[in-house]
Design a protein around this ligand. Structure first.
Ligand code: ADP
Length: 423
């Protein structure tokens, strides 16, 4: 009897252990299938049938796995669609998850930050170097951010200004925490222009203020003391007022010329012009000036150039400004040579002097408005600091280029080109 009971218990134990092993194996397959997100194959029991309980569990698990796969397909489809839509945008778009990992970045972002390659799944702070931007991201997350924000990014040695707009978005994959979406608009050029405009206004105000305050001071002295003032003092005062009024006048003339040249309609009236005649006329005019008495002027124009299609008044102004400078900034006895030659399809004109030259550090700025190497000397000679800027504008309007070469103590050469068009 005892033997029978022991045998029955033994068989029972073996069956129980086998079931336990089957269940463990079934659980393992379930776990594996869920991890791999693939449908689950039914595990047959020893007798070739599955139990009803496991069958239901397998069906439910398979349905869930199919649903998850479907949702994932949908999500990657949505992300791909989003990427395709954002790819064509001019604005840079960036989506980060709750941990600031980059989920999406469109092409425009790569254009703005060319060094940021393969940035998907990288942390924002590693890719974009701007503490201000990271603070803005935090502000967006906490709902404190302004709708639009201007931020500076440092890319190597270059500073970029971007207008950033940020918003929280619901994660497409059902993640906890919010994703953040940023639209970045490159405003570096605008910022530069704004800076140039501010500098320009400051320069103009300064240039106007100096002669105006001198004129004002002298007039006040004259008003108060003209009765008791010796006649020669009065004359000196009036001459100073006249000189500064002329300075104001040339400044306003140059400013008006510049603004006309920069307007949509700069008023270019091109006509067939014999370049040699134009240059000869100018050199003759200059030779007649008392200030050119001690200078040696010469000109040489290649006969092959013939006529060019230019605005003769404006090109005369270019040559006159360059000749004027060569006279103003070189001592008496210096040589000034004007030459013109054919270079391929272009005519290259050069105004060269053997004066004191321009320091190398000043050369890159020489065509900027109000830039002067020696401020005092320029003002004393009636310069406005706008002459070379006008030269550059006129030459560029004709489709030409302008540049200069100079060596201290040896002299300066200004060059400009004009396209040679058959007249
Ligand atoms: P400005 O009205 O002061 O002459 P420009 O724009 O014509 O203004 O010239 C800018 C500066 O370039 C001048 O102030 C002067 O310092 C320098 N410069 C121009 N031409 C010469 C030259 N031939 N030799 C030496 N310095 C020159």
């Amino acid at each position: 009897m005892l033997y029978l009971i022991t045998a029955a218990l033994g068989v029972g134990l073996v069956i129980a252990l086998k079931r336990l092993r089957d269940h463990r194996q079934a659980l393992r397959s379930l776990h594996q299938a869920i991890l791999e997100k693939r449908p689950l194959l039914r595990v047959k029991e020893a007798d070739g049938k599955t139990t009803a309980g496991w069958d239901r569990l397998y069906s439910a698990a398979n349905e869930l796995i199919a649903e998850v796969a479907h949702l994932q397909q949908l999500r990657s489809g949505q992300l791909a669609q989003l990427e395709a839509t954002l790819g064509s945008l001019q604005e840079a778009v960036l989506i980060v998850d709750a941990e600031n990992r980059i989920l999406l970045a469109n092409k425009a972002l790569q254009t703005i930050f060319p060094r940021a390659k393969d940035i998907l799944n990288q942390r924002l702070e590693i890719v974009l170097h701007s503490v201000a931007f990271l603070n803005y991201v935090e502000a967006v997350r906490s709902g404190r951010a302004q709708p639009q924000h201007e931020l500076e990014f440092i890319e190597g040695t270059v500073s970029l200004w971007l207008e950033v707009t940020g918003a929280l978005v619901t994660p497409l994959n059902g993640d906890r925490g919010s994703w953040a979406l940023f639209v970045l608009h490159d405003i570096t050029r605008q910022k530069e222009l704004e800076g140039i405009r501010k500098d320009f206004v400051a320069n103009v105000s300064h240039e106007l203020r100096t002669p105006l305050s001198i004129i004002k001071g002298y007039i006040e002295t004259l008003v108060d003391g003209h009765r008791s003032m010796p006649i020669e003092d009065r004359e000196r005062f009036l001459q100073t007022i006249q000189r500064h009024t002329e300075r104001l006048n040339s400044l306003l003339e140059d400013l008006l010329t510049l603004s006309r040249l920069e307007s949509i309609n700069p008023g270019l009236h091109c006509e067939s012009t014999v370049l040699a005649d134009l240059i000869a006329g100018l050199v003759d005019d200059i030779r007649g000036r008392p200030s050119a008495g001690g200078h040696l002027l010469s000109f040489a124009v290649e006969p092959a150039i013939g006529s060019v299609l230019v605005d003769p008044l404006k090109i005369s102004q270019v040559c006159a400004n360059l000749l004027d400078n060569a006279l103003k900034y070189t001592p008496s006895g210096s040589r000034i040579d004007v030459s013109a030659r054919l270079q391929g399809n272009e005519v290259e004109v050069c105004v060269r002097d053997n004066g004191p030259g321009i320091p190398a550090a000043d050369i890159p700025h020489i065509f900027e408005r109000f830039y002067r190497v020696d401020k005092g000397r320029s003002r004393e000679k009636g310069g406005t600091g706008l002459g070379l800027s006008i030269v550059k504008h006129i030459v560029q309007l004709h489709g030409g280029r302008v540049w200069m070469e100079s060596e201290l103590g040896k002299g300066t050469a200004f060059y400009f080109t004009l396209p040679q068009r058959p007249a």
